[in-house]
Ligand binder design. Structure first.
Ligand SMILES: NC(=O)c1ccc[n+]([C@@H]2O[C@H](COP(=O)([O-])OP(=O)(O)OC[C@H]3O[C@@H](n4cnc5c(N)ncnc54)[C@H](OP(=O)(O)O)[C@@H]3O)[C@@H](O)[C@H]2O)c1
Length: 294
């Protein structure tokens, strides 16, 4: 049965060489680029640097123009390579058009998408405003889904490139006190693994990155910097996460968990029952001063 599926995939992706040549011809004269959303700081910046160091033309996307230009200049100083920056709020419905427009003007086409821009939300679910929840779902779920759907057809047509979706170790467990954020990352993991299965054999890589905690401004921005997990779980550096992500992506791994201790937590969270792990997550993610259980 498995062999039949493999043969079908091979047939589906290999009997139309003319169409592949035509799809590749459509981008003749343009250079392939890695586009990193949220590439102006944190994990995105480290990922952009890692791709640049391996010789990929790399483009960073974010909303704050000043920080974006500073990041591009820092990357150029660190790697000696030019970096294109595109000012774009990826949660806007026209983000794909804005990004492809910027790439075209720079003589590039989108070969690899690193879907990294994301936000968190800490505290009891009932205390979140509707606006904050929509912002989180709009970026972590909707924008990520839209971008995956927009970039895949051309990648499949050319039978090259790929998508690296940045999820989180939190994507494998419910996260009381960061409920919507954890649920959004569970969606990212599920969607990525499913798409990866659908496109397997096509020459297009699709991977989910599941980092544990990393010291970026992310935790402070969502008001979680004093939560217990910030003291208990050992953080990795964004640079080592980026190294691991790059290696896993190039190897075609569908799920990438950087770091030995995170791999251990990943296995524990996957295999222990939720009745054991979810209460532990409650205490790890609880913010001092939040509602307590009665
Ligand atoms: N830090 C962690 O411990 C950790 C752990 C696991 C997973 N993650 C995931 O890793 C990803 C990056 O996290 P990080 O810690 O590097 O976050 P960060 O330091 O807060 O950086 C976020 C980046 O995303 C950009 N961004 C935010 N909203 C955007 C939007 N609407 N459109 C375009 N760009 C946007 C920001 O730039 P602008 O504000 O200028 O737009 C910035 O470049 C997120 O998906 C997060 O969920 C983080």
């Amino acid at each position: 049965m498995q062999n039949k599926a493999a043969v079908w995939r091979f047939w589906r992706y290999s009997n139309d060489d003319v169409a592949v040549q035509k799809a590749r011809q459509d981008v003749a004269g343009l250079a392939p680029a890695v586009v990193v959303t949220g590439g102006s700081r944190g994990i995105g910046l480290a990922l952009a640097r890692r791709f640049l160091e391996s010789g990929h033309k790399t483009v960073i996307v974010a909303r704050d123009a000043v920080r974006l230009e500073e990041a591009a200049a820092d990357l150029k100083a660190a790697t000696g390579s030019d970096v294109t920056s595109i000012l774009c709020d990826v949660s806007e419905p026209n983000a794909f058009e804005v990004i492809t427009g910027g790439l075209n003007r720079a003589g590039l086409y989108l070969d690899v998408l690193v879907n990294n821009a994301g936000i968190g939300l800490a505290g009891p679910f009932v205390e979140h405003s509707e606006a904050d929840l929509s912002r989180l779902v709009g970026l972590n779920v909707e924008a990520m889904t839209r971008l995956n759907r927009s970039v895949l057809p051309a990648m499949l047509g050319r039978r090259r490139g790929g998508i690296l979706n940045v999820a989180s170790l939190g994507g494998v467990i419910p996260g009381p006190n960061q409920a919507a954020y954890y649920a959004s990352k569970a969606y990212v993991v599920s969607l990525t693994e499913a798409i990866a299965s659908e496109v397997s054999g096509s020459g297009v890589r699709v991977s989910a990155l599941l980092p544990g905690p990393i010291n970026t401004g992310f935790h402070d921005a969502m008001g979680a910097d004093n939560s217990l997990y910030r003291y208990v779980l050992p953080p990795m550096s964004a640079e080592s996460v980026a190294r691991s992500a790059y290696r896993g992506f190039m190897l075609g791994n569908r799920v990438i968990v950087p770091g030995i201790s995170n791999l251990f937590f990943f296995l524990v969270l996957r295999f222990l029952p939720h009745m054991v792990t979810v209460p532990i997550m409650y205490w790890l993610l609880r913010r001092p001063g939040s509602l307590t259980k009665t």
